[in-house]
Structures are given as C-alpha cells and as structure tokens.
Design a protein around this ligand. Structure first.
Ligand code: DGL
Length: 281
C-alpha cells in the first residue's frame, strides 16, 4: 500500500476536471495538484516553452515525493512527450487514454478532435487514433477561444457568446458527420453542454479527465502503488498565481468549493533555487 500522493499538474485550472474524476475513481488516494496559473495559457506558446514549463511543473511535484505524475493538460501531453521517458516515477498524459476511448466509442469511424493550437499542431490525438485503427477519419480544430471563455466564466449553454463560438469552431465537423468528439483540452468539459447542444445527442463527447483518471487507476494497480487504506484521501493545491483567484474559480472545474489546503508557490524561484529538484534520472 502506498500513501504517497498522486501528483497532477496543468497550465491552470483545467486539470481540476481530471482531479474531480480522480476523486470519484480513487477516493482513498491523496492528491497534490499544481496549477501554473501565473503562466496560463500554454496552448498558444512555442513547443520549447511548453516543454520547459512542463519539466518545471513535474520537478515541483517530484519534490513532493509523489508516486505518479499526471499531466492533466492536453497541451503538455501532446508536446512534452519526453516526460514519458525522463521521470523517475510513472507518468501519464491525457492523449493515450482519451484517444483509446474515442476509438472504442465511434460507430461510423469519424472522430473530431478539438484542442489548443499547440495540441492540434502536434497531431498527438490523431496519431494515436490512427495507430490504433487506420481506417478512422479524423477531423481536427483548434479552439483557443474556448480556454478564454472558460477562464472568464462564459460557460453557460444559454449564453449567446458561447453558442456563437461553439458554432464557429464546430460547424465543419458537424457537416462532416462526426459521431465522436474528443475534448482534447481539460478546460473543454466545462462547456460540454453547449457543445453537445450544438452537435446533438448522437455525438459522443470524450472527456479527457475521466478517461485519464481510469487509466491512472490501472497504472497504480499494475505497479502495486494503490493506496488500499479505508480512509478518504486528501487534496493539496498549489498555484503559481494568487490563492484567492484560484479559490474563486476552482469550484467551476472541481464541481465543489476547495476546502483543502491551497498554497501559492513561486515556480520561477523554486526552479532557479534548485535546478536539480527531482532530477534523479
Ligand atoms: N488545460 C490546457 C490543455 O488541456 C489548456 C489551457 C492552456 O492553453 O494552457 O491543453
């Protein structure tokens, strides 16, 4: 039995949609979340910058002695793929679990993928889908405005602005007749209702947070790292911008208010103070 925490990070608050699912799937596990709220968004930055930030975020979690790291960020999972090889603990991003679920879900072999510009440019989900089944047709669309809408609280399916942006981004995929859509960014489940209203009930929406939580449970199980305690686990939250800002918005992503510990850290200072944090391999 391992009481060490699972480390989860994202560029900001989107990764909390994965934490919400982790708490459901593995209620006894302790979780340490890091949201790089001072440097969000990652999805419009260069690959080099995304890789640098991702490594710093992972190093911070390693300094907390976590047993598994989850990049609950479509952008990091798509671009910083070297993390799979370079960390001293098991690591997963959101791409493989989410693509696998989409391949299982499609009936007509037409899958849409939406994500940040960096995610779509990487073709990460597309490559993984085609690796699993090369007869599937894939349609991709980057949706940077979705992140801004969610970060600024424009999330209601009845909001005209939300509806307009959803239609602008998704009309082509709708015309192509996709029956499955990957929400390839952890911010997007927050506007799933608006997306579903536009595409119709017959289009399955694949939520990366949910699929990744299930995948993480398998990794822990196969590495004998599950916490088999009968008491509920705790969550600690770390953010690089203000704790007040985090507390104000986190409940939208988490589905409940943050009652547990939330701490501000200066990620730049941490990294420059000890460049070797967690670099055991
Ligand atoms: N949460 C990030 C993702 O899943 C989106 C926000 C960003 O651009 O940093 O890609």
């Amino acid at each position: 039995m391992s009481e060490q925490a699972i480390g989860v990070f994202d560029s900001g608050l989107g990764g909390l949609t994965a934490v919400k699912e982790l708490i459901k799937v593995l209620p006894q596990e302790n979780i340490i979340y890091f949201g790089d709220t001072a440097r969000v968004p990652y999805g419009t930055r260069s690959d080099k910058t995304i890789r640098k930030y991702a490594r710093q975020d992972a190093d911070f979690l390693l300094s907390k002695d976590v047993k598994l790291i989850i990049a609950a960020c479509g952008t990091v999972s798509s671009v910083a793929t070297e993390l799979y090889e370079s960390l001293p603990v098991p690591f997963t991003g959101v791409v493989i679990p989410t693509a696998t679920a989409a391949v299982k879900a499609t009936r007509n072999g037409k899958i849409g993928i939406i994500g940040t510009p960096a995610t779509v440019k990487s073709c990460s989900y597309k490559k993984e889908i085609l690796k699993q089944n090369d007869r599937i047709t894939v349609y991709q669309q980057d949706c940077p405005l979705f992140v801004s809408l969610v970060e600024n609280g424009f999330i209601s399916a009845d909001d005209d602005i939300v509806r307009l942006v959803v239609e602008r981004y998704l009309s082509e995929m709708k015309q192509e007749g996709i029956d499955t859509l990957i929400l390839g960014c952890t911010h997007f489940p927050i506007i799933a209702q608006a997306i579903s209203d536009y595409l119709g009930k017959n289009v399955a929406l694949i939520d990366s947070g949910k699929e990744t939580a299930l995948y993480a449970a398998n990794i822990l199980g196969s590495n004998n790292l599950l916490n088999t305690s009968s008491t509920l686990g705790s969550c600690s939250y770390y953010v690089s911008d203000t704790v007040e800002g985090f507390r104000k918005t986190a409940d939208v992503f988490l589905g409940k208010s943050v009652e547990d510990e939330a701490v501000h850290i200066n990620i730049d200072q941490l990294v420059s103070a000890d460049n070797s944090v967690g670099r055991q391999k």
